[in-house]
Write a protein that binds this ligand. Sequence first.
Ligand code: PLP
Length: 459
Amino acid sequence: MDYAATAPLDEQVLKDMMPYFSEKYGNPSSVHGFGEEAQKGVIEARQQLADLFGSEISEIAFTSGATEGNNTVIKGIAMSPKVWEMHGGKPHIIVSDIEHDCVLDSAKRVMKDGLADVSYAPVNKEGRVDIEELKKLIRPNTVLISVMYANNETGMIQPIEEIGRMISELNGSRDKKIYFHTDAAQAVNYLDCNVLRLGVDLMTISAHKIYGPKGAGALYIRKGTPIVKFMDGGEQEFRMRSGTHNVPGIVGLGSAASRLGAYKEKNEEIKKLRDRLIDGILSAVPRSALNGLKENRLPNNANIRFEGAEGEAILVLLNGSGVAVSTGSACAAKSLSPSHVLKAMGLTDLDAHSSIRFSLGRGTTEQQVDHVISVMPGIIEKLRGVSGSFASTDSTSSPQAGSPHTGQAAQVTSADPADLPRDDDHHQENVFWDDDVIDRGGLPADLGCEKNNIPDKEA
Ligand code: PLP
């Protein structure tokens, strides 16, 4: 029950990809027959994505996944000379408090590098961005607003269409356009991704969340959006993303995207199973609660907190019962900090630490759901019995949203080590690639890296 982390490859998708590993192995940029054959696969995939987004084919750039797509958007816009020229200096970017780390860390990076000022849009206790609060953050030099379509931890669907409408109305009375980006990595399985209806200028998706291959993704970029390319080199992807195409991955992404519509009924079944899981657990386990609401939630997500039981321990015991779940984002699975998403919703550190994300998918069965419902009471009872200090601390206060980024903190109820003063980041800095190493001006010469300069080429 960890389909939000990744999904297995759809059998048909695998079949569609197979020839591009062997007989159709050409480089799509080559002008000869082998190249043309590979290029056909890329062209078809581009059309499949244009159909998904309701866009032109020239507005799609293939990437290695949503992390690259999101990095490209935040950094590419902040680094755009056109943007700097338009605003006569440093632009301003708004991202929501609950974005995936790849958005938050990119925003932090551009802020640290002096490329943009960043504000964080708060969410309410249900985990949804408050449009009025978001509106208050907009400045004359705001160039980009990035709000994810659905959150990867809670599954809470964000009011993207409403935000798109609000921005479009504002743009009508401003001479400097605000661009709107949404990370649709989790949403695309279940929600309409027509970019015109949603009013977005940029949209990120990833293949492995939609039963496609890992290491492939796409970025929709509305024509005319000022953004510098992330990869310098060749002329691929309309000069937006250099590098030889990952043809099997791209074909797999296109195939997976084209098959999404066939799963509408399946998605209804997933939702029923999800509700069975939520209702079953909440009635079987005392002092458990759903984080967020059932409404405006992805049909496959159940994020539940179990007062007095530690999330990692629940995960281990569930694993022992043959059930795979997660305590939050797979990318932050090794972080000991409480979830920035749950903290932003106002949960205490303890409540955040006692939360589990169950995410269902096409392969989830009623038997699996009932198995989870049957093992949960025993697991929680056992943990509440052993984790005295965890259980004895008051974590019952009602949620009150607070930003983990602005320091407008949610309530803290214990001397949890995670509450000790630390970096303003939402999780620990990566100790290997720490700031001294990745600081653009400070790359060690022996790594052969050059200083980063704002690129002069634009797509
Ligand atoms: N954005 C969201 C909302 C995600 O859930 C994920 C993956 O968990 C990503 C971005 C990163 O995607 P990828 O694994 O394709 O880099």
